[in-house]
Design a protein around this ligand. Sequence first.
Ligand code: F6P
Length: 342
Amino acid sequence: MRIGVLTGGGDCPGLNAVIRAVVRKGVGVQGHEFVGYRDGWRGPLENDHRPLGVPEVRGILPRGGTILGSSRTNPFAGDGGPEKIAANLEAAGVDGLIAIGGEDTLGAASKLHSEHGLNIIGVPKTIDNDLSATDYTFGFDTAVNVAMEAIDRLHTTADSHHRVLIAEVMGRHAGWIALHAGLAGGANAILIPEHEFDIDAVCELVGRRFASHFAPIIVVAEGANPIGGMPQPDNAKTDSFGHARLGGIGHWLEAEIERRTGKETRATVLGHVQRGGTPTAFDRVLATRFGLHAIDAVDQGRWGTMTALRGTDIELVQLTEATAELKTVPESLYAESEVFFG
Ligand code: F6P
């Protein structure tokens, strides 16, 4: 068979490990041929691909990013996207696709399979860890470790200067990075999108922490909101899937906490540092196993499925099921962390 591979959406550490595993097993064991589509769904939409063989995947295991490039191109945004993709795959002699992506890339994959009959296997990736049907996505562990290290560093400088320091991390709909990095880094408050926060209560935690002669560290997910919501500018930019570009809650908190408590407060926005660079061992292994199971799924014709981690096993789940809803932080799990606040 001739198989196309693409990586879509926000990049994350481990994408290259999946590509490598797919190609190494697909060529070396199963005798398939591969093409790499460039920049997510833009590649098959515009018939932009390159050869992808064993030489192309040598040495890429520890490399962050994706050798195929990525984009947030939505194949359903314009006219006739699915038909163009089907025609381009046929012209390139491609029998099926492995789409490595998050909620948007795999949501499109699911529709392209179920409504347009395209042969697609999905592999879940995102630093946000918000895809249901899989216990973890690769990229998440690396992002959490980057954020944890930043929080460790913020503690020492906060204590020296008796300041409130805020770490804004990624996570627009789900607070997994904030929760895990905040717990691992000993944050004094963790604010997540699933749980609107009371700014008075946050200021109270700040006071309690200073009373113990240590400075407070607040970890906030970019999608977190105070009760009543944050005013969003009318001209907020959106991507082709309609998601607003977030960022701003850290600086909003900085101003509010300083105004209400009189304590010097500074925000650090970690941003894309969390997504770049080399993957952790956990992410390399998970990504590699996803790749091996994805090419097995191709070999067995299990189109319309996605690899998923369940416990320590990799299973195949229906793409429609996997993309039906986001996996958000349950209230009970958030409540566990509250014992360390203040
Ligand atoms: O989807 C992963 C993610 O890193 C989110 O956490 C974040 O909100 C978004 O991507 C940022 O996207 P972009 O890099 O396109 O601004």
